[in-house]
Design a protein around this ligand. Structure first.
Ligand code: SF4
Length: 488
């Protein structure tokens, strides 16, 4: 068993998680003619968007292909959260030069956050690019492709206050047929000073809850057994039947009665079926309420796991980051999670090392915050200045790279120790696991996750993908639990 759960290198996993994880469209040949190839980078929101793009293009006569050489249209859905993410995209565009040489009439389009950040400038910088479309312009893609067919370059980076693609049924890409994402809102009204998202995804708007429940029911009927509700800040989800009210601020100002907030939405989706697990990401410490925590407690099928990015453990740095909470507020939220959902509830975070003017003492505050919380997992990076952000305009990026890296390594070492410590608490216990497929290392073993979002590996025996099974955990590493199935 031990060789199956070699310790995954957390740093490698971090970088890969953010900048290089790529999802590619699948072969879906109806013989109807033009072929679309999509490559998606970045966060779950982007992967979910590529499924919406596939659906829109499918409705306009395109089949998807996993082979770039068979494509008539190539879309690369991009991330802009770190400089490295954009470098990855430019390298791919270079790679597509060969494809374009072999098939000159291939259309190459750049979608997503990098497209929105650079807009038509991308056409000047990357001559191979024919089409640029921002995250709110995907309904216009068939029209933009036609413009390119007619010999023009095409750009649409308009950011909307309404668009949620609520009526579009996503085409599941690279799917295991068991778990799926449901985007519940778009954009972000927070203005964290290091972040490009408010500029690349626009103002916050929440999707009609009934369309979300309908999508969950559709997935359940297709055999999916887990959905993850997606938003940049799910805790500020707010929807009003009064379509005239655009966005959270207007709804709150109007003092509407029958407003659906995130706790209400969670309950609506949880009621779809006890056989459908619910997860959600990403939470915000400023907005997560006890009402949400009590709703999680009330329903077994709402997974007991919260991704609660802290970013830093020091209140002065949090203020410079414009995170709108301080260390004490954050720790009080964690204390509420522990009080209402117990020690078993999984908590993960995002951490930034070496933010502008961060002192050594303030860095230590991040390490001591991690000691207080004991996260199960974290996404950890050193600060990467992003053009156009508040921080880039207001604060010098003054922490030397080697100090950023040293601080990041200290955070990663701390996290690795805590991940192991938290996983050791799960040894000797039985966990309900939703089987997602074979383990990465052997088809004799299956893998899935427990409610706290931990990966568990166990011998296959009579079980198969999509089933819930109880697994007795007898061993662990910092990244994985392992055991064997037990009858319930
Ligand atoms: S909450 Fe902050 S970090 Fe997250 S997407 Fe919004 S602005 Fe960016």
């Amino acid at each position: 068993m031990a060789d199956l759960i070699k310790d995954i290198d957390i740093i490698e996993e971090q970088e890969a998680a953010q900048c290089e994880t790529v999802k590619v469209s699948e072969d879906d040949d109806t013989g109807r003619g033009r072929k679309l190839y999509i490559e998606s980078y970045g966060c779950q929101m982007n992967f979910s968007d590529s499924e919406i793009v596939s659906s829109i293009m499918k409705d306009h006569g395109f089949d998807t292909t996993s082979n770039v050489d068979n494509a008539d249209v190539i879309f690369i859905n991009t991330c802009s959260i770190r400089e490295k993410a954009e470098v990855t995209v430019r390298n791919r565009l270079n790679h597509f030069q060969g494809v374009k040489k072999r098939k000159p009439d291939t259309t190459i389009g750049v979608l997503g956050c990098m497209a929105e950040r650079l807009k038509s400038k991308l056409l000047e910088e990357e001559k191979i690019v024919d089409l640029v479309a921002g995250p709110d312009a995907y309904r216009d893609l068939p029209n933009l492709v036609q413009q390119v067919d007619e010999g023009h370059k095409a750009v649409n980076t308009f950011l909307s206050r309404e668009e949620t693609y609520a009526d579009i049924s996503p085409v599941r890409l690279d799917s295991n047929g068991v778990t799926a994402f449901i985007s519940i809102m778009r954009g972000c009204d927070n203005m964290c000073s290091f972040c490009v998202v408010p500029f690349t995804r626009g103002r916050e708007r929440s999707r009609d809850p009934h369309s979300i429940v309908a999508e969950a029911k559709e997935l359940l009927n297709k055999g999916f057994r887990e959905v993850t509700l997606l938003g940049q800040n799910v805790d500020s989800y707010k929807w009003s039947p009064n379509a005239a009210l655009k966005g959270k601020a207007q709804i709150e100002k109007a003092g509407e009665d029958n407003v659906v907030n995130f706790a209400h939405l969670l309950e609506m989706v949880a009621k779809v079926s006890p056989q459908l697990r619910i997860r959600f990401s990403t939470s915000h410490p400023k907005d997560i309420t006890d009402e949400v925590l009590h709703t999680m407690k009330k329903y077994n099928n709402i997974c007991k796991y919260i991704h609660l990015p802290a970013q830093s453990g020091n209140s002065r740095v949090l203020e410079l980051m414009n995170r709108t909470y301080d260390r004490e507020w954050y720790l009080e939220r964690v204390e509420s999670i522990r009080r209402i959902l117990g020690q078993e509830c999984g908590i993960s975070s995002d951490m930034i090392a070496g933010f502008c003017s961060e002192t050594e003492e303030e860095h230590l505050d991040t390490l001591t915050l991690m000691d207080e919380v004991k996260y199960d997992f974290s996404y950890m990076f050193f600060y990467s200045e992003r053009p156009g952000t508040l921080a880039a305009k207001k604060f010098p990026d003054d922490i030397p790279l080697e100090i950023k890296k040293r601080r990041l390594n200290e955070i990663i070492d701390k996290q690795r120790a805590h991940s192991l410590e938290r996983n050791q608490l799960d040894v000797g216990k039985t966990h309900e696991v939703l089987i997602e497929g074979y383990s990465k290392r052997s088809d004799d073993f299956l893998q899935g996750r427990n409610s706290a979002n931990k990966v568990i590996i166990f011998p296959k025996s009579k079980y198969k993908k999509g089933q819930f099974v109880n697994v007795y955990v007898e061993d662990c590493t910092a990244a994985t639990l392992s055991g064997y199935a037990v009858e319930s």
